[in-house]
Design a protein around this ligand. Structure first.
Ligand SMILES: *Cc1c(COP(=O)(O)O)cnc(C)c1O
Length: 405
């Protein structure tokens, strides 16, 4: 028996396990200190009442033999597919058939699993820094090559996104096959405008590449010229797969629901990727629970929409508190407009992990070192708006107090 040795190439601990370890050690040594966590991208507001009500009702249905449900349809119940299609697409002028939408347990699984339907010899382009799942899942499947001294994988085409290019990747100067884009971006918090995304769609169509578009933070968009879906861009249906999630939109990080769109027009060598993804999901995934899908449907009800906007406004306010507070004490800050993330340049070009240690040890504030999201994240740091406003204010006051000139 031989194991998949690609797994051995990945550092055993995921970024957030490393952080958790450091925080745990600090807490053990300093049990009296109050730690404020603005690190991991997890929400803290409870679910919208409309979702809770829908879940209670669904639970009651499961208790009655007349309304009990077993295995769900593999790709989602019609009631949820209809709600997604109407609200996230038709309302934005995008025509999709329900068979192009696949309901799932979230965008992490889907962005991780999508690699199953692509050959291992494809050239993969990934923004740097970015959500670590794209790189790690390509390493696991054997598509990444070997790691060099700079911490980069030999077969991955890195697209640095730094202040120098306004955190937007440059169109590759060579052919690539699979392009991961995530906008508004995690971790930089920066959006992509329609005219910029159009350049990627044109490149992909010209090169015969596929764009894997992760729009997990779409609900945070406030600017008009920032697309909520890549299908707002002409030509995207022949080159793009889109991933969306209820996690950051509606606080579903613990409930687990998202969806992926694979248009029928997306074909390579005459084969529809839609059919391949359908086969992949039906074989390895058994659908999302009825209770969860009813909760997701309620996100689109009139009440649900109103309640979710209130929760988003709460996080947006926190983002502004962090952004303005840090800017006012001399930090260079980015993001926060279309995103719950504030991305900051570390003072005096400090290494991201050194800055992490400083915030933890001197101020008891936990953030995320930029380097954990890729080599180009070095010298940057991420703070999230997902804490309580009270804690966010407290953390910003501590930072201001320490760094004020
Ligand atoms: C949080 C996050 C996800 C994960 O979404 P789930 O639906 O909770 O799995 C996906 N992509 C990005 C960029 C994220 O930050």
């Amino acid at each position: 028996m031989n194991i998949n040795e690609n797994f051995l190439k990945i550092e055993s601990s995921y970024l957030f396990s490393n952080i958790a370890k450091k925080v745990k050690a600090y807490t053990k040594a300093n049990p009296d200190k109050e730690i404020i966590r603005l690190g991991i991208g997890d929400v803290t507001r409870p679910l919208a009442p409309a979702c809770i009500e829908a879940m209670h009702k669904a639970v009651d249905e499961m208790a009655d033999e007349k309304t009990f449900r077993g295995y769900p349809p593999e790709y989602g119940y019609d009631f949820l597919l209809n709600a997604i299609n109407e609200n996230d697409y038709k309302a934005r002028g995008i025509e999709l058939d329900n068979s192009e939408i696949f309901v799932s347990d979230g965008a992490k699984s889907d962005t991780g699993n999508i690699g199953d339907i692509f050959s291992l010899d494809n050239k993969v382009a990934i923004c740097d820094p970015v959500y670590p799942v794209y790189v790690d899942t390509n390493v696991m499947s054997g598509r990444s090559g070997e790691k060099n001294a700079e911490g980069k994988w030999s077969n991955i085409y890195y697209m640095p996104c730094t202040a120098e290019n306004n955190f937007l990747p440059l169109i590759p100067t060579q052919h690539v096959d699979i392009i991961y884009l995530c906008f508004p971006n995690n971790p930089t918090g920066m959006p992509i405008k329609k005219e910029e995304l159009k350049k990627w769609v044109d490149y992909a169509n010209r090169e015969g590449a596929v764009i894997l578009y992760d729009a997990a933070y779409e609900a945070f968009i406030t600017e008009d010229d920032v697309p909520h879906s890549i299908y707002e861009i002409e030509g995207a249906k022949t080159c793009a797969i889109e991933f969306k999630s209820f996690s950051k939109t509606a606080g579903f990080t613990g409930v687990r629901c998202g969806y992926t769109v694979v248009p029928h027009d997306l074909k390579f060598g005459g084969t529809e990727l839609n059919g391949m993804w359908a086969r992949r999901q039906a074989t390895k995934f058994n659908g999302v629970s009825y209770i969860t899908q009813r909760a997701a449907e309620a996100v689109y009800s009139d009440e649900g929409k109103k309640q979710i906007q209130e929760i988003l406004a709460y996080y947006r306010k926190n983002a502004k508190i962090i952004y303005n507070g840090l800017r006012d004490c001399g930090f260079t800050v980015y993001g926060a407009v279309d995103s719950p993330y504030v991305w900051l340049k570390t003072p005096d070009n400090m290494k991201s992990w050194d800055f992490f240690d400083l915030l933890l040890e001197k101020l008891q504030v936990v953030g995320t070192p930029g380097e954990g999201f890729g080599p180009a994240g070095e010298g940057y740091f991420r703070l999230t708006a997902f804490g309580t406003t009270e804690n966010t204010e407290k953390a910003v006051a501590r930072i201001k107090n320490y760094f004020a000139k």
